[in-house]
Design a protein around this ligand. Structure first.
Ligand code: CUA
Length: 324
């Protein structure tokens, strides 16, 4: 009974259909939508018509009309069948969404205040979701701090990332291209001149590539990009890992200390002790940010343990050293 409204273009109500789930989700949505339109018009229309037709007239006395058994049973039973259909369609769709195919490619997703980290089978990390077209992809998701929610409207998938547990979802993209990934759970933020530090900055892209292009990007993502020095790679990571959300490189104050002139300087920590900023301090601050906090800053940095590998940490430290 479902007429598939498969469209690649977004409609007024729905974004483009870019996964195998989209047609089924939209079919149920539009079924409920049009059913509601029909009943809204039918019921309001009938109510208006009857109030006009049977309005009080001089000399006419109202009398009980009795009842119509067939009609009453009919309008009680008919909706039951509609509800059974909706339950069936919804439950079937839910099962499809809940159980990933065994051959799905697994991607680890971490949500942190305030960015995403996607880890691919070859160990590459990105802050965007990159997937091959026409291949099932399973996301194993966790949160480094608070509740986040992974939401890709064009795929019609959404699930919470919960601290202390794994959640997962899967999808199969049906066309190459690009679409938006949102965090759909308000996960905090500060009022600061820096617009990058908050829930709203957790918007990123999902890129759907051909199998060849996907393999190419994956192998390029595990080390410094071709022709770049370690320092330059560090600068790229500074942007792609969202370090810039809290740390400036021009000396101005953000949620965290600016990186400018930081390397080799002596800082006072929140407990009053002094420390010289060296490689070990920076490394520790990335992996265990609450261990030694510079005075005047809050304990707000998430850990990058499992997100930055050793090579990337080295590259970031090399970059910080260049910021004199
Ligand atoms: Cu993460 Cu909102």
């Amino acid at each position: 009974m479902t007429v598939s409204l498969m469209t690649l273009d977004p409609s007024v109500q729905m974004p483009a259909q870019m996964s195998t789930f989209a047609p089924a989700v939209d079919d149920i949505y539009y079924f409920i939508y049009w059913m509601s339109v029909v009943f809204l018009v039918g019921i309001t229309g009938a109510a208006a018509y009857f109030s006009w037709k049977y309005k009080r007239k001089p000399g006419v006395k109202a009398e009980p009309t009795g009842h119509n058994t067939v009609l009453e049973i009919g309008w009680t039973v008919a909706p039951i069948f509609v509800l059974i259909y909706l339950f069936h369609a919804g439950f079937k769709g839910y099962l499809d969404l809940a159980v990933a195919p065994a051959d799905a490619m697994e991607v680890r997703v971490r949500g942190l205040q305030w960015s995403w980290d996607f880890e691919y089978p070859n160990g590459a990390h990105m802050n965007q979701l990159v997937v091959p077209v026409n291949k099932p992809v399973k996301l194993i998701m966790s949160s480094s701090d608070v509740l986040h929610a992974f939401f890709v409207p064009a795929f019609r998938v959404k699930r919470d990332l919960v601290p202390g547990m794994y959640t997962s979802l899967w999808f199969q993209a049906t066309q190459t291209g690009e679409t938006n990934v949102f965090c759909a759970e308000y996960c905090g933020g500060r009022s600061t001149e820096n617009a990058q530090s908050g829930h709203w900055s957790m918007i990123t892209k999902a890129k759907i590539l051909s199998a060849d292009e996907f393999d190419k990007q994956m192998s390029a993502a595990v080390g410094p990009p071709e022709g770049k020095t370690t320092e330059q790679w560090g600068e790229i990571l500074y942007k792609s890992k969202n370090c810039f959300g809290c740390h400036t490189v021009d000396g101005s104050k953000g949620a965290g200390p600016s990186w400018k002139g930081k390397f080799g300087s002596t800082e006072t920590l929140s407990d009053g002790s002094q420390i010289k900023i060296d490689e070990n301090y920076i490394r520790e601050s990335m992996l265990d940010p609450q261990a030694k906090i510079v005075q005047g800053f809050g304990p707000v940095m998430p850990t990058y343990k499992g997100i930055l590998n050793d090579k990337e940490i080295d590259a970031l430290i090399s970059y910080i050293k260049t910021l004199k």
